[in-house]
Design a protein around this ligand. Structure first.
Ligand code: HEC
Length: 139
């Protein structure tokens, strides 16, 4: 329990515990990633079977666009947000799809092959490019 408390308070060292991540450095940035056209279809094809409907797993519905993702603490590691705008390296969802060795649970999509590196890089670029307006997110 004491270890858990320390981990929750220190998200940066915490992330050092995640390993086995696919190296995306060689994949060039896709400019102006469009959430509806490029990211939501990845969620629809690979995630919403579990993270959708009235009782989504981990209390995270990926059919709702940004709503339950951006700046929302993760269920498993509340010290980390699911998506941290402009910081894939601090976004729990990104680690869940990018890395084999997880702090909690399995790599996503669960019970399936990992997302291909191009889809992983699109999610990276979407997070990097996110623009937050005072009334919400760029869609
Ligand atoms: C077959 C069911 C299944 C599929 C498909 C699936 N997940 Fe999950 N997901 C789970 C389960 C079960 C958990 C909790 C246990 C775990 O992490 O292994 C979870 C947990 C998560 C979490 C942690 C949420 C939090 O707030 O702590 C994230 C992020 C996540 N999944 C993202 C995804 C993404 C992105 C996809 C698609 C690329 C996906 N999952 C596909 C079953 C699934």
């Amino acid at each position: 329990m004491r270890v858990l408390m320390i981990l929750l308070l220190l998200p940066v060292p915490l992330l050092a515990g995640i390993s086995g991540c696919d190296d995306l450095a060689a994949i060039p940035e896709t400019p102006q990633v469009d959430f509806s056209l490029e990211i939501q279809p990845i969620f629809d094809d690979n995630c919403v079977v579990c993270h959708g409907g009235p009782n989504p797993i981990a209390d995270m519905n990926l059919e709702l666009g940004y709503e339950q993702l951006v700046s929302i603490p993760s269920f498993q590691i509340p010290g980390l947000n699911r998506i941290e705008p402009n910081l894939p390296s601090m976004s729990y969802l990104f680690f869940k799809i990018n890395c084999s060795n997880q702090l909690s649970g399995d790599r996503m999509p669960r019970d399936a092959d990992p997302l291909n590196v191009f889809d992983q890089a699109l999610i990276r670029d979407w997070i990097n490019q996110m623009i937050i307006f005072s009334d919400g997110f760029e869609e």
